[in-house]
Design a protein around this ligand. Structure first.
Ligand code: DOR
Ligand code: ZN
Length: 344
């Protein structure tokens, strides 16, 4: 039996990897994140992507305008890197506080990544400038070659791309986003202090069987794709380890139900409505509630060199049922009973 904590109060957490989209979807989803998180690293894979300082300033204003009245939530903007990113403009935007980090999407790795980087050789001056400036590089860590099995693309990226990148840029701050494999978890754990990783709720709860449970389950489809059970266990061990290299990043990625339930369903899981509750369930199952606050509220801020939040959030063991739909989006844990609830 686990110790039956009934109420848990922690320092207010941040979400270090979030897709907020734009327009009506932005308005529908941002309140769920602002309800719990003080800050979020906002992904730039809009169409067209957020690549210029002026795009980021305007997108940030739209995010703030979509917040419920009185909500305090700080979007931390990221620059979508392309082969043509200008190193000086990028670090200038970082020095001016517009950018908090830059995101590397290997071209064609995932949703709206077609303008991403085709070869790291093309952005060497950008990486050099970022290393000098102390600007974090956030990586979607998958190779894109069709010849590489989709379940191996992260592990192959770690070996072929991330290893050499760290050797060439030993001081560059890197976050390997949404890790899903044993290989990524151990590479990060054993890597330099400049290397960290985010972990999503879905990769802690589900293995790849969830994609085929009684039929094709497009709502369990995200990228990197769910992996085997041994990988899920390795990711869980990393999350609850207490190591400051691992921290919360939901990768909440809403798509309209029609775009998910299609012959070519979009990748992404909308987990914002119960992300913190979902993570806490994992920490409780692992007997690691005492290490939850570090993962959710401290490790990320310290890695980014940002102050810890002053406020708190309280979770109560007072279950609720996750609805099948929230507007036109199917949330993670739809139709399931959640043990925890964030107190109002
Ligand atoms: O599942 C995912 N959805 N993975 C990504 O890398 C992108 C995201 C999205 O934007 O929908
Ligand atoms: Zn993402």
């Amino acid at each position: 039996m686990t110790s039956e904590v009934q109420i848990l109060t922690i320092r207010q957490p941040d979400d270090w990897h979030l897709h907020l989209r734009d327009g009506a979807m932005l308005e529908a989803v941002v309140p769920w994140s602002a309800r719990v998180f003080a800050r979020a690293i906002v992904m730039p894979n809009l169409s067209p992507p957020v690549m210029q300082v002026a795009d980021a300033v305007r997108y940030r204003a739209r995010i703030l305008a979509a917040l419920p009245p009185g909500a305090a939530f700080e979007p931390l903007m990221t620059c979508y890197l392309s082969d043509d990113t200008d190193a000086n403009e990028l670090v200038h935007g970082y020095a001016n506080g517009v950018w908090v980090a830059a995101k590397l999407y290997p071209a064609h790795a995932t949703t709206n990544s077609e303008h991403g980087v085709t070869d790291l050789v093309r952005i060497r001056p950008v990486l050099e400038a970022m290393q000098r400036a102390g600007m974090p590089l956030l990586i979607h860590g998958e190779v894109t070659e069709a010849a590489v099995d989709i379940f191996d693309r992260e592990a192959v990226f770690v070996e072929r791309v991330l290893g050499p990148l760290i050797r060439d840029f030993p001081e560059l701050k890197i976050v390997l986003e949404h890790i899903t494999t044993e290989e990524a978890a151990s590479f990060v754990a054993e890597g330099p202090r400049s290397l960290a990783a985010t972990i999503t709720p879905q990769h802690l709860h589900l293995n790849r069987n969830a994609l085929f449970a009684g039929g094709l389950r497009s709502h369990a489809y995200c990228l990197p794709v769910l992996k085997r059970e041994r990988h899920r266990l390795a990711i869980r061990a990393a999350a609850v380890s207490g190591l400051p290299k691992f921290f919360l990043g939901t990768d909440s990625a809403p798509h309209l139900v029609d775009a998910k339930e299609s012959g070519c369903g979009c990748a992404g899981i909308f987990n914002a409505p119960a992300a913190l509750e979902s993570y806490l369930a994992v920490f409780e199952e692992e007997g690691a509630v005492a290490r939850f606050e570090g993962f959710a509220s401290e490790h990320g801020a310290r890695f980014y060199g940002l102050p810890l939040n002053e406020g708190t959030v309280t979770l109560v063991r007072d279950g609720r049922d996750m609805p099948e739909r929230i507007g036109d989006v199917v949330p993670f844990h739809a139709g399931e009973r959640l043990a925890w609830r964030v107190a109002a």
